[in-house]
Design a protein around this ligand. Structure first.
Ligand SMILES: Nc1nc2c(c(=O)[nH]1)N[C@H]1C(S)=C(S)[C@@H](COP(=O)(O)OP(=O)(O)OC[C@H]3O[C@@H](n4cnc5c(N)ncnc54)[C@H](O)[C@@H]3O)O[C@H]1N2
Ligand code: MOO
Length: 420
C-alpha cells in the first residue's frame, strides 16, 4: 500500500502551519473585543493602586497601646474614622480603629482588617459619633495583613498585563479597561473563502421550500462550514463560493479565492471520481500539495496544500475537505480552525482539546485515526453517537462533538474531544 505523507492529523496540521505567518497588524483599533492583540498591554498604574480592604470591617494596628499585641474581646474600642471606597483614607489614630468598606484604602499604620461579623458594634453618641466595637472570639485568629489587598500585588506599573497574541474576551477587556487603554494594535481579521463543488448541489441560499429532483441535494456543507468559522470573532464573515464540476471554472474560482483570502476551504471533488478535479486544479494554480489522503476516517481523501504568494513570504493554506457532510465538518474543525488561529496571530493556536472518557467502547477497531461523533453524558464522559457513515448528517446533529482515537485503539479513553 502506498505510504501516506503523514501518519497523524497533528503532523499534517503542523506541516501546513509551519510556513504560516500572522496576518497584518491594524494600529489604533478601539473596538478590541474579539480581536487578537498584536502588542502587549502594559499596566499604567499599580493594581491595586493602594492597599485596600478585601472585606467590610475594621482596620487596626495590633501594636496599638490598647491591644498590646493581642485582641482583647471585652474592650470597647472607639471607631475614629471611616474609609469609604472612592475617598482618601482618614488618619489612623493608635487609640481606635477605622471602619472600612470593601475596596476602601487601608490607612497608613494599619496592619490588618477584621471583618464586621467578628465584631459587636455599638452605635455612636455625642462623645464617640462613629460608635465603638468589641471583638468576638473569631477576631483573635486574624493574622497580620489579613483582608488587605496589597498595593501592586496583582501587577506593578510598567509590567505587562496582557501579552500579544491573545484573543480579547471578557477577562482581557477587564484588564484593558482597568489600565486605561483606549486603543491598541491588533491583527486584521482573517479572510476565509469557502468553496463548495459539485453539480449535484442546489444554490447556497436556495429557498427552503425549493423542490429538488432526487439527483440534486441542498448545499448543507456551505452552511455547516460557515457555522464553524463564523463564531470566531477574529475572522471576517467567510466568502461563500460555489464551482461546478468543470475544471476551468473551478480553477478560476479557486485562483480568485486564493488571491483575495488568507485561507481557502473546499468541499467535495477530492477523491477518485472522474469529476473530482480539486487535486489537479490546486496544483495547476501553483499551490504545493503537502498531503493528499491521510490515515483518517472519516475524511481519508482530505487534501492540504500551500499557496506561496510569489515574491513574498506569505503562504496560504488550501484545504480540500471531502464532500461527505461528516468528513467536511469534522475536517474543518480538526484542520481548518487551528490554521485560522495561527493566521489570526494567536500564540496558542495549536489544538489542545480537553479529554473525555467513553461510557462504552463498542467492539470495532480501525487501523486509522478515527474521528467519532459523541454526545456528552456527564462531566468528562460521553457516549458514541451511532451513525450510518460519513453521509449521515442526521446522526451528526445528535452529537456534541467528536473524539479522535489513534489506530487500533480499543479502550474507553481518555480521548481528545473536539466540541462543535
Ligand atoms: N474509489 C474511491 N471512491 C471513494 C473513495 C476512495 O478512496 N476511492 N473515498 C470515499 C471517501 S472516504 C469520501 S469521504 C468521498 C469523498 O469524495 P469527494 O471529496 O470527492 O466528494 P464528492 O464525491 O464530491 O462528494 C461526496 C458526497 O458528499 C456530498 N456532498 C458534496 N458536497 C456537498 C455539499 N456541499 N453539501 C452536502 N453534501 C455534499 C456528495 O453529494 C456526495 O454524496 O469519496 C469516497 N469515494
Ligand atoms: O472519508 Mo469518507 O468521509 O470516510 O467517507
Amino acid at each position: 500500500m502506498k505510504r501516506l505523507a503523514y501518519d497523524s492529523p497533528n503532523d499534517a496540521i503542523a506541516a501546513l502551519a509551519a510556513p504560516l505567518a500572522p496576518v497584518d497588524v491594524q494600529h489604533d483599533c478601539r473596538d478590541l473585543l474579539g480581536r487578537v492583540l498584536a502588542c502587549s498591554i502594559v499596566a499604567d498604574r499599580d493594581h491595586p493602586a493602594a492597599d485596600v480592604s478585601a472585606m467590610d470591617g475594621y482596620a487596626l494596628a495590633m501594636r496599638r497601646p490598647a491591644n498590646s499585641g493581642e485582641i482583647h474581646c471585652n474592650e470597647e474600642i472607639p471607631v475614629t474614622g471611616e474609609s469609604i471606597p472612592g475617598s482618601p483614607p482618614p488618619d489612623f489614630s493608635d487609640f481606635g480603629v477605622i471602619r472600612i468598606f470593601t475596596g476602601g484604602m487601608v490607612p497608613a499604620g494599619c496592619d490588618r482588617v477584621i471583618q464586621r461579623e467578628y465584631t459587636i458594634e455599638s452605635p455612636g453618641n455625642d462623645s464617640m459619633p462613629l460608635g465603638t466595637v468589641r471583638w468576638r472570639a473569631e477576631a483573635k485568629l486574624t493574622q497580620p495583613a489579613a483582608n488587605i489587598r496589597g498595593r501592586g500585588e496583582n501587577i506593578e506599573a510598567g509590567e505587562e498585563a496582557l501579552p500579544s497574541g491573545v484573543v480579547v474576551r471578557s477577562p482581557q477587556v477587564a484588564a484593558i479597561a482597568s489600565f486605561g487603554v483606549e486603543s491598541a494594535s491588533v491583527r486584521r481579521r482573517v479572510r476565509v473563502a469557502i468553496i463548495t463543488t459539485g453539480d449535484e448541489l442546489g444554490r447556497i441560499d436556495s429557498a427552503t421550500n425549493e423542490t429538488l429532483p432526487p439527483w440534486k441535494i441542498r448545499n448543507s456543507n456551505a452552511h455547516a462550514l460557515r457555522a464553524i468559522v463564523t463564531p470566531r470573532p477574529y475572522v471576517n464573515p467567510p466568502t461563500m463560493l460555489h464551482a461546478p464540476d468543470e475544471p476551468e471554472q473551478l480553477k478560476q474560482v479557486v485562483s480568485d479565492a486564493v488571491a483575495d483570502h488568507d485561507i481557502v476551504l473546499l468541499t467535495g471533488g477530492v477523491s477518485m471520481g472522474d469529476h473530482d478535479y480539486v487535486p489537479k486544479v490546486v496544483s495547476e494554480i501553483g499551490a504545493q500539495t503537502v498531503f493528499h489522503k491521510l490515515p483518517l476516517r472519516p475524511g481519508k481523501p482530505i487534501l492540504g496544500a500551500l499557496y506561496h504568494v510569489p515574491d513574498s513570504a506569505t503562504a496560504k493554506p488550501i484545504i480540500g475537505l471531502p464532500g461527505n457532510p461528516v468528513s467536511a465538518t469534522m475536517g474543518a474543525v480538526r484542520f481548518a480552525l487551528p490554521l485560522i488561529d495561527k493566521l489570526a496571530g494567536i500564540t496558542r493556536w495549536e489544538p489542545n482539546p480537553p479529554s473525555i472518557m467513553l461510557d462504552e467502547i463498542g467492539t470495532k477497531t480501525l487501523h486509522l485515526h478515527w474521528m467519532r461523533a459523541v454526545r456528552m453524558t456527564g462531566p468528562g464522559t460521553a457516549e458514541l453517537v451511532v451513525g450510518k457513515g460519513s453521509g449521515d448528517l442526521v446522526s451528526l446533529g445528535a452529537s456534541d462533538g467528536f473524539i479522535e482515537m489513534p489506530p487500533t485503539a480499543h479502550h474507553p479513553g481518555p480521548w481528545p474531544f473536539f466540541a462543535w
